[in-house]
Design a protein around this ligand. Sequence first.
Ligand code: NAD
Length: 439
Amino acid sequence: MFFRSGKTRDIAFRLDALNQLQRVIQENEDELMQALKQDLNKSEFEAYSSEIGVVLAEIRFTQKHLSSWVKPKKVKTPMTHIGSTSYIYSEPYGVSLIISPWNYPFQLALAPLIGAIAAGNCAILKPSELTPNTSEVMRQLMLSVFPQEYIAVVLGGAETSQSLLEEKLDYIFFTGGVAVGKIVGERAAKHLTPVTLELGGKSPCIVHEDANLKLAAKRIAWGKFLNAGQTCVAPDYLYVHTKVKDSFLSHLQQAVQQLYGTEPLKNENYTHIVSERHFARLELLKQSGRIVFGGGTNANQLAMEPTVLTDINWDHPVMQEEIFGPILPVLDYSDLTEVLEGIHHHPNPLSLYLFTNDSSVQKHVLDEVSFGGGCINDTVYHFVSPYLPFGGVGNSGIGAYHGQGSFDTFSHKKGVLKQTTRFDIPVRYPNVKNGLKML
Ligand code: NAD
């Protein structure tokens, strides 16, 4: 087995693997862009800014910092352990399985892989079957630079995934929906395999009465309709203060028109829905409440306009599940307590976005709501900072990654005490009188 050869423990080997990965991605950018276009109609701009560029930035960050991350960290030692020193060693787990989803099929497969390589693991990558072109290009790229016993890409759907999960693995990193996340958690428990679960859920976005409405509308329109709403950290639904609701909605409509034009279905750069099943699901969700703007579809292309709904309550189907599409339901509120009540009645969100400059409102919401991560006065942008851990809490996931977090996720932290042999302190031994004993 390749991992047992010890090669991946060598830092030069890991850096070389990252260099190879970087090179092969850069050399095949066009092919990747084409595959993303075929699978999801992703524009070159979105393919670069939210997939290829994000992965290349993560590789550069890791290359720059890896030599410091791998060093054993000297930590404090308590007085009771006098004479000894303490270290934390980061060691690779072994063979990691990475299971990834279809919505950012390149980025969500490769970002964890960078962490696995950096930490010195071997990896098996199981990308999504719903984006076959991107998955196939990834398979070919990995095959062209890595031996299969080091990095293998296995193509297939749920059954392939389940048979891989039957194996005794050393780490499992899963990104996908909550239901499948629970299956993965169960399989991992069978072999006591450590696991990261990057899941989803309904992420709220709150627009408070003092918010800069024009800017909020622009940033929300971008974060929601990017990738046609098929983003795990997209604002799922909005809570807008009643005093500013009408004005905000008109800014939102203008912002959507600026981003995608007045006829988004004719915009060649507007992402499509991944499958007929998801398209049909979204058609049903669209029937909740009242359409303020959007609502148009092109069933042949599986495209749906950015659609905003009002007259919504929590009983509507659109509020019962993660939307994962270009539909934005809007609820209004006059007291922040209503918002917090609504959020608290549902599982911990993956993200939360709050638009206000009032620091007491910011503090109140941050103190009151447990969520994976998020932004104040923006959406989605926290996801692309290597300095912030990215992950969920409760139903939205277990564990986090990005930047050093990815290296740490794929490393076991081995705590080691190095004891002196120059003297021995007898207090811990029974039937020995206190005092320092020279050896
Ligand atoms: P999914 O859970 O259906 O599939 C994810 C992966 O699991 C795929 O590779 C798939 O082949 C595999 N899979 C499917 N069924 C399986 C089963 N029964 N057993 C084992 N493996 C199985 O998710 P999806 O539809 O590809 O992606 C959408 C979901 O992913 C949304 O809920 C979204 O919020 C979430 N997501 C989360 C993040 C994050 O970083 N937290 C990112 C993107 C997507």
